[in-house]
Structures are given as C-alpha cells and as structure tokens.
Design a protein around this ligand. Structure first.
Ligand code: AMP
Ligand code: MG
Length: 430
C-alpha cells in the first residue's frame, strides 16, 4: 500500500474519485463491446432457448392444400342457400375422406363428401358443414344427409397459405427460439437450425475469505455462493458457465486468472474486490488495466462499484462480491451482454408499471434495485420489496421475481405510489 505524507492511501483516493455513469449508459457501453459469437447448426429438438443465426422463410405455403377445419361434410356452399329449419336441403353423400388421404372424385352440385378434420378438400367443394349441423337421411341404399342452415363459401376450410404464406420469415436473425418458433420450423421443414454458439462465460470469484460449499466452516470465512448463483443466471441467459475455484485477494493471481480466461472465453465475470478496501484487488487491476476501462462506478444501489472493461476484444464484468449487488450486476449488464452475443436485438429490459404495496421511506442518491415480488390485485400490478433487502443478505432473494426500482431523490415513496418493475428471467414459478 502507498501512503502519502498525510498518511492517506493514494490508491483509495484514486478509487474514491470514480465517475459514476447511469445504468443505461453503462449498459450501452457493455453492449457496444458484446460481439456476436459464431454459428453452429444443431437439431431442431435441441433449439429451445437458442437464437437463430439467420432469417428462415417458409418455402411452401402452410397449409399447402385446402384443409378441413372440422369433422363434417364438404359441399358447395351455394347449394345451402335458402336452407332453414322448415326448408332442409338434402345432399347425396358420395364418399368419405380421412386426414392424410387424397380425394379421388370431385364434389358437384347436390353432392357432399364426408370429411375429417385436417383432411384435404375434394375438387369442387368450397366449404365444410359441421357434422353437428347435419342429419343422416339415407333412403334405401343411397346415403344422404340434410342441413337446415346455409353456410358461406370458405366456411371451416383453411385455405392454401392461410396460416403462413410462402416466403414469410418465421424467424429473424437473432430471434429466440421458443415453442412457437420451433413448431413453425418443424412445419416448414427445417430439421437442422443455424444458431449462434452459446457464449462461454468464465466465472471467477475473488476473496481470501471464500470456501467451497463442500468445505466445513472456518472462523472468518464464508462459503462462495456467488459463483453458483451466477452459473444459474448464465444458464438462464442461454450461455454456458465455466466455474473456477475462488482466487484469494492477491493481485497477481487475479490478474493471471482474468487475462488467461479472457483469451479462452467469450466473457469473464468476476465477483468481489471492486470496492475501496485495502484488499480490493480487482479495483487495482482495473486502475492499471491494459485495455479499455468501460466504467468503474454506476449510479445504482446495490452494486455502485460494478465495473467493466475490455481487453483483446473480450468483455470483463467485475461485479461486487455482495450477493445482492452481484445478482443485480448480472441482470442489468451480464444478461443483456449475453443476449447481444447471441445475436438478439431485444436488449433493453422491459419495465412494467406497478403500484407499491408498502412505503419505501429511504431517500436514495442513486436508483435502487430491490429484490421484490409482484402480483395482480383488482386488475392492477402490485409490487413489494422483500423484507430486509440488504445486498449482503441471501435470504431476501428467495421467491423474488422482479426488481422493484426506486427512483433517486424525492422524499421516499408511499404505499400506492407508482414504481417500475423489471421481471426476472428464469424466475421461480408460483
Ligand atoms: P467485496 O466485493 O470483495 O468487497 O465483497 C463484499 C462482501 O461480499 C464481503 O462481505 C464478502 O465477504 C462477500 N463476498 C465476496 N465474494 C463472495 C462470494 N463469492 N460469495 C458470497 N459472498 C461473497
Ligand atoms: Mg473482497
């Protein structure tokens, strides 16, 4: 440690003089350095949660033949004109078509063909009468049915291309592949899908006090929870976490681990050591950083010391060691970065407006991101911060499904005031 003639720690002084950027500005800086990963082609069945690497369009219309939407009878609609309860219209039934079959003869005026849901309409027919609207009227050996209501042309028929017209893009480059996209890709005949490679994320916890979850407790030491929490967050962001043993607060060891992992992974996330304490070695490393420092202070609570830097084109996110701040730092910067690396354009978190259930009297210099919960009541979205949400605590995270965002300044908030909430991805159900 360097002390000047007044006894002050010069490194600490440098650290206190940080310039705090807004959360939005910090996110923009991170996103400007989050380059998309390369591509790979994977089976459709493995695509859930991945991001399409290119736009994919339907080469054929869906459906590609006129399909019945009902079990009933294929007819010419104009034959039912004038039909009513006291004026039934009778059709001669000339055959039956199951789903998957090709009708062998056309329907002509006065005739009908029995047809099943999903089956191909015969030539000539332009509508399907629901089975429930008909009555069997077989006389002798001639099968017949009657209908007591008129129907319009096109009724209960899915026309060619009525679901998806040929040439329609079903996914764009960077679309996240969920059930709807995957079903469409199957329908248009894409069994192998080009997707962005999952970003590989090295997770490095720093702190001499850290033990592994398998280690017995020791005086003064705590178990490393951040690395496991972050691994879960990284997975929910569609990326691949790589977990390392924690590194003690020794600058050289941390520098070596960070630099080496920046070469081998798409993103490195560290936790701890970015604050102003004597052993906050990530902060020191970033002061002498051989690369671009994006920011080393953000206008947010918790986690104002969250830092980010780039070296060799790779992004380093240095999060606070406090579990609450670490969690927030990942959600606000890590998740959007990983989403961008997978080619997505949907990078800004979606904020919802909610009504605060309990007062929050504390006045803040910076926006506060409280772990909370939201629900609907009388048609309104309500939000409540978890009790005792200090960033050093783990328990307030249990059951939290959103950040309740308390704006800076003012006199604090009253119950019933409007707040923004940011729903967590991969939030617990129920
Ligand atoms: P730091 O950011 O290094 O100043 O750490 C802030 C607080 O978070 C300290 O109380 C640390 O002991 C705690 N902490 C640091 N790293 C971890 C970790 N990986 N898991 C749980 N707590 C941690
Ligand atoms: Mg520390």
């Amino acid at each position: 440690m360097q002390l000047d003639e007044t006894g002050a720690d010069q490194n600490s002084a440098r650290r206190f003089g940080r310039n705090a950027v807004t959360v939005e500005n910090a996110r923009r800086r991170v996103l400007s350095c989050a380059a998309p990963t390369g591509y790979e082609t994977i089976p459709l069945s493995a695509c859930f949660g991945r991001y399409a690497a290119e736009a994919i369009a339907a080469s054929d219309p869906v459906p590609h033949f006129r399909r019945s939407g009902m079990d009933g009878y294929a007819v010419i609609a104009s034959d039912t004109a004038g039909a009513g309860t006291d004026r039934p219209v009778t059709f001669r039934v000339i055959g039956s078509i199951a789903a998957g079959e090709v009708p062998t003869e056309p329907v002509t005026s006065g005739t009908a063909m029995r047809i099943m849901t999903g089956a191909m309409l015969p030539e000539g027919a332009d509508a399907v009468i629901m089975l429930e609207m008909t009555a069997v009227e077989t006389t002798g050996t001639v099968p017949a049915m009657t209908v007591k209501r008129s129907i319009s042309p096109g009724a209960n028929v899915s026309g060619i291309g009525s679901d998806v017209a040929a040439g329609t893009s079903v996914v764009e480059r960077g679309s996240r592949l969920g059930p709807a996209e995957i079903a469409l890709l199957a329908t248009i005949g894409v069994p192998q899908v080009p997707v962005f490679r999952k970003p590989s994320v090295a997770l490095l916890s720093t702190g001499t006090e850290l033990l592994s979850p398998s280690a017995p407790l020791e005086p003064g030491k705590i178990r490393n929870s951040n690395v496991y929490m972050l691994a879960a967050q990284v997975i929910s962001a569609g990326a691949e976490p790589v977990l390392f043993d924690s590194v003690p607060d020794r600058k050289d060891d941390i520098a070596r681990a960070v630099v080496q992992n920046l070469q081998q992974h798409d993103l490195v996330i560290t936790t701890g050591g970015v604050s102003v304490g004597d052993y906050d070695m990530m902060a020191e490393l970033l002061q002498d950083w051989d690369g671009e420092l994006l920011f080393n202070k953000v206008q947010m609570r918790p986690g104002s010391v969250t830092s980010a830097a780039v070296r060799g084109g790779k992004l380093l996110l240095a999060l606070s060691g406090n579990p609450g701040a670490c969690f927030a730092g990942f959600e606000l910067f890590g998740r959007p970065a990983l989403t961008a690396m997978q080619g997505s354009q949907a990078l800004e978190p979606v904020l919802l407006s909610a009504m605060l259930a309990e007062p929050f009297p504390k006045v803040n210099a910076y926006p506060r991101y409280l772990r909370g919960r939201c629900w609907t009541e009388g048609g309104r979205l309500m939000a409540s911060a978890r009790a005792g949400d200090q960033s050093s605590r783990l328990l307030p995270g249990l059951g939290a499904d959103c950040f309740v965002i308390i704006p800076p300044g003012g006199d604090g908030l009253a119950a019933g005031d409007a707040v923004s909430v940011l729903l967590f991805d991969g939030r617990p159900a129920g």
